[in-house]
Design a protein around this ligand. Sequence first.
Ligand code: TYM
Length: 344
Amino acid sequence: MSQFTPRVFSGIKPSGDLTLGNYLGAIKRFVPLQKTHECIYCVVDMHAITVWQEPEDLHEATYEVAAAYLAAGVDPREHVIFVQSQVVQHVELAWIFNCVARMGWMQRMTQFKDKAGKNSQNVSLGLFAYPSLMAADILLYKATHVPVGEDQKQHLELTRDIAQKFNNDFARSIAARGYDPEVFPLPEPVITGPATKVLSLRDGTKKMSKSDASSMATIYMMDDADAIARKFKKAKSDPEPLPSEEKGLEGRPEAANLVGIYAALADTTPQAVLNQFGGQGFGAFKPALAELAVEQLGPIADEMRRYLADKATLDAILHDGAERARAIARTTMDQVKDVVGFVK
Ligand code: TYM
C-alpha cells in the first residue's frame, strides 16, 4: 500500500443540527490529523438527500457543517473543506461503484436496515446505494485514513471491499495501462478515543443522533450554556456512585457514556476521569461535566455564529476547496475511465 500518499478524508451530512456525537466522534478528531496528514473534509449534501430534506434547511445546514469544521480548527488554506455536490466526480465514481458492488453486500448494511425499518419498499433508491457513494467520496481522493465514529465502521469495510474488487476486476487493464499495481488504496477507518459512540442522554441503548425526536436526548453544538446544563442534569444515569476503576462501568451504559464524554472533552482517558470522580455521585459529576462542556463548546459555537453571519466568506472558502478537490478528482477519474474502457 506504500504507493499511496497518506491522506485523510471524512464527511458529515448536513441533515440537521450538529450534535455532541458529531463533534466528539468526528470533528474534534479531524483537527490533530492536520499535523501529520493532508486532510480533506467534506459536507456530504448528496448523502443528506437520501432522506427528505427541506431545501432551505439543507442549504443552512450545509453552511453549519462548514462553519463547524472551521470553528473547531480545520485550516482551509493548508487542507481542503468543500461541499460534495460541487464536485461532480463523486456521482460519476459512485455510478461505477454501483456496478462493482454486489446487491448482497448492500443488503447486509445494518444502517440501511435500521433506517429503512419496515418501510424498506418505500425508502429512496439513494438510501440503498448510499454506501457506494460513500466509497466514491473516499476513493476519489485515494484516501488512506478515514476518521469516523463507530457507526460508520461497516461502511468503511464495504469501501475496502469495493476498492479491492475494482483493483481485482480490472487488474489486467490496470497493468496494461501502466497504473499498477493498484488504482485504489484500502482505506483504514480511524475510530479512536473515548467517544466513538456517544449515546442518547435519555436512552443508553441508542446513539446520540441529529434526528432524535427528543431534543433532551441530544446536546447540539450550538446549544447555549443553559440548555447544556439542563440536558446533562436530566440525563439518565443510575443511583450508584462512580466507580474508581473502568471495569466498574461495565453494565452501566449511561454512566460509561457520561464518563466517556467527559474524557473526550478533557482530552484524557476514562480512567483518569474516574481517578478524579470515583466514589462521587452524579449530583457532583453532572454539574462538572456541564461546566466542562460549556467551556469547550461555547467558544466554538460563538465562532460558528460568526461564520454563519458571513456567508460570503464561507462561499469563498468552499469554492476554493471545491476547486482543489476537483483537481485531484479529475486525475482519479481520468485513470478510472481509462481502466474501465470508456472512450476519451
Ligand atoms: P453523519 O453525518 O451521520 O455523522 C458524521 C460523523 O459523526 C459521527 N457520529 C458519531 N460519533 C460518535 N457518537 C455519535 N453519537 C455519533 N453520531 C455521529 C459519525 O460516525 C460520522 O463520523 N455516512 C457518514 C457521512 C459520510 C462519510 C463519507 C464519512 C459520507 N461520506 C466519507 C466518512 C467518509 C454519515 O452519515 O455521517
